[in-house]
Design a protein around this ligand. Structure first.
Ligand code: FRU
Length: 492
């Protein structure tokens, strides 16, 4: 049978003469390109894949389509780092050249087995625009960095009975001497599920069944993507990315969402007893997060700082998206909190602390944001509504507003000439316990801000595409506030 094809199913090996150089040139002077965030030189990136601290180095792979800002033939791109902040680009790790991955090497995770890094991924196979299947595949990275696809791929051919061709994104882990693989799946009745395979040797897999996650997803959830699993402070945690959740209160306002469940996993009985679950992040551009163990076995998490089906302003420069900064996870009062990984402090240069106070209205407190970290403490006993405007100018600004009466925090990204994604709303919000002061830590990198409130209790990832002169910071309030803030220049 002839292979189903479309122009976007083309690998980097099929690039035309000078095509990649021209793509690189096109955005090399873009003001929107991040500096310390993992991003593409050209083309579109999405999920982080295969995250690992292996053989003394951090490895991040990610989904990449080289030729434009669209979801085309997916490759695994590869960067590594000794310190988790300065990244070196390596040759593309996985290019979809085999029949079992004919329409893309899709997402997956890694596991160290016998001193090698096993990279599990999904071989996406399409028969027509609508029909597809999926194979689960393995590639092995040696300590010297050499990566080879396993010669007997796929390790799991096709999908089990009862599921559509949407079975993907393997997450493999070891428990009690056995290996388990979690996969995001869609039942034939078009609802989302997590299915489990098991193995003695991390290579030969048998289908074990469907995981019972006792939170009763609504019928509208038609797919669960990118499962993740880890243990933290004696709890089992699973993270996944459901598609089809409807917005409710402050939650699930993005087209696709990321949630976590915390409790007890009994993998033998295929049961996850849920003690708590919630949306993982409150920003606009946060999806498909994956975690991994850092140098000291701390739990780190990186997400795709992007969202599907939305046109981003950088598309016209033929590049799209970046990954989030690495965050360290912790459990506080029964909930997951995420704080910027400690390693990011290595980027700090020229730190300056200032104080500001105001009564009512707004006040510019800084004029030069671009590639910085800010730590604010706002004392606000006498104000009900107050906040910070980032990327501020006469005409633009990203508005972070606290509301003491409602006990909420909200983020509004409407006020930009290049505002985008409005079909899903310009505001995201969360409940927040506001007492005498709030702590806000922000990482700004040209066209992305990652905002952590009260030590990671609430986090927002947001992309904005400001004009050149939108570089100010304002504070605003309806009553007296005082604010101390430290600005760190970040350099890599
Ligand atoms: C999530 C996802 C994954 C898939 C990959 C393809 O964003 O749809 O389920 O493996 O992206 O790029």
């Amino acid at each position: 049978m002839a292979r189903y094809t479309e122009a976007k199913y083309r690998t980097i090996f099929e690039a035309k003469e000078n095509e990649l150089e021209e793509l690189r040139e096109k955005s090399i002077h873009s003001d929107w390109k991040p500096a310390f965030h993992i991003h593409p030189q050209y083309g579109l990136i999405n999920d982080p894949n295969g995250l690992a601290y292996f053989n003394g180095e951090f490895h991040v792979f990610y989904q990449w389509y080289p030729f434009s800002a669209m979801h085309g033939m997916k490759h695994w791109a590869h960067v590594k780092s000794a310190d988790l902040v300065n990244w070196e680009r390596l040759p593309v790790a996985l290019v979809p050249v085999e029949d079992y991955e004919s329409h893309g090497v899709y997402s997956g995770a890694s596991l160290e087995v016998d001193g090698k890094l096993y990279l599990y991924y999904t071989g996406n196979v399409k028969f027509s625009a609508e029909e597809r299947s999926a194979n689960q595949c393995l590639a092995i990275m040696e300590k010297d960095g050499n990566i080879q696809k396993y010669e007997k791929n796929p390790v799991i051919e096709g999908v089990p009975a009862g599921y559509t061709g949407h079975v993907r994104d393997p997450k493999v882990f070891e428990k009690n001497g056995r290996y388990y693989m979690l996969l995001g799946a869609q039942r034939t009745e078009l609802t989302g599920a997590i299915i489990v395979y098991e193995s003695e040797n991390a290579i030969e897999w048998s289908f074990k069944g469907e995981l019972d996650i006792q939170i009763g997803f609504p019928e509208s959830v038609y797919m669960l993507e990118c499962p993740d699993y880890f243990e933290l402070n004696g709890k089992d945690v699973m993270v996944f990315s459901p598609q089809g959740l409807n917005a409710k209160g402050h939650d699930y306002h993005n087209l696709y969402n990321a949630i976590y469940v915390m409790g007890k996993l009994d993998i033998d009985a295929l049961k996850f007893e849920v003690e708590h679950y919630q949306e993982l992040e409150k920003g606009f551009d946060f999806y498909a997060p994956q975690s991994f163990a850092g140098k000291n076995n701390e739990r780190l998490l990186i997400a795709w700082a992007g969202m599907g089906e939305i046109d981003y302003p950088s598309d016209k420069e033929d590049w799209a998206h970046c990954l989030s900064i690495p965050r360290e996870l912790d459990i506080v009062e029964g909930k997951l909190v995420q704080r910027p990984a400690d390693a990011l402090k290595q980027l700090r240069e020229n730190s300056q602390t200032s104080e500001a106070a105001m009564a009512e209205g707004n006040k510019v407190i800084d004029q030069g944001i671009g590639q910085h970290e800010f730590e604010f403490v706002i004392d606000s006993v006498e104000a009900n509504k107050f906040g910070i405007e980032l990327f501020s100018s006469e005409t633009e600004g990203l508005l972070l507003e606290f509301d003491r009466v409602k006990q909420t925090v909200s983020l509004n990204r409407e006020k930009f000439e290049s505002a985008f994604g409005g079909e899903y709303g310009f505001v995201r919000s969360s409940e927040l316990k506001i007492e005498d002061n709030v702590k806000v830590q922000v990482f700004v990198d040209h066209s992305i801000a990652e905002i952590f409130i009260n030590d990671g209790e609430v986090a927002f990832t947001v992309r904005v595409f400001p004009k050149k002169d939108s570089k100010g910071i304002k504070i605003f309030s309806d009553g007296v506030i005082s604010c101390s803030y430290t600005k760190h220049e970040l350099n890599n």
